[in-house]
Design a protein around this ligand. Sequence first.
Ligand code: 5BU
Length: 256
Amino acid sequence: ASHNLSFEQRLSMIRNKVGRRLLEIVLKKQSNLAVAADVTTSQELLSIASQVGPHICVLKTHVDIIEDWNETVCEQLVHLAKSHQFLIFEDRKFADIGNTVELQFTGGIFHISQWADIVNAHIIAGPGTIQALRKASEHCGILLLAQMSSKGNLAVEEYTQKAIQFAKQYEDAVFGFISMGCIGEPNFIYFTPGVKLEKGGDSLGQQYTDPKTVIGIQKSDIAIVGRGIIHASDRKEAALTYQKACWDAYVQRIGK
Ligand code: 5BU
């Protein structure tokens, strides 16, 4: 499936309000860049959020790798998200039965449902996972893992198609996918990880594609960049470079 509609044209097609808010931010900031803040201290997390904040539409977190997470850190992060206007995406990849997912989403020491604008879920356990997330918070939009970036992953073919089917069934809550590009209709938003200006990978199976290919050719919407920015000597500068590369690829694709 492939379309060539602009973010403006797609805004009213998105049923979930977090999805619409995301497109508003994307358009306002001219940024379809998400940064994966994979660091282990709250100080680094907050410093990345303020450095790259002006250049991103989404900050993606793995809150369970932060060694000193607490409520104050959470408040500061939410504050930065408001002032710089980006959404917080907790890359939790929920995968259990609905009842357990509800507890994982709302409870524990992270209380993800209280601060995350976006979370994602595997479809391996069936629709109960989605039902639990949707029931626990109407303020949080859901992305389904339809494809992955890592070598040898099993999210292919029928599995990908099943994710699309589930998304259509829960379109009020699910507004998009983790996928390697556009795999469906324009009323969903496509997020792609494994993005770096230098092609290649890492020693543990990550596979990188450059922004031009991901956004321009594979027609994804939001590029997720981690180490390409996190390991740069000047993260703000790197974020600006990626913001431009991703936005230029989008503008070229739309043909404006
Ligand atoms: P990197 O440093 O740009 O490789 O980071 C990629 C991020 O995206 C990292 O947080 C992963 O957990 C995340 N990711 C991924 O790389 N591939 C996937 O298929 C999914 C998530 Br889903």
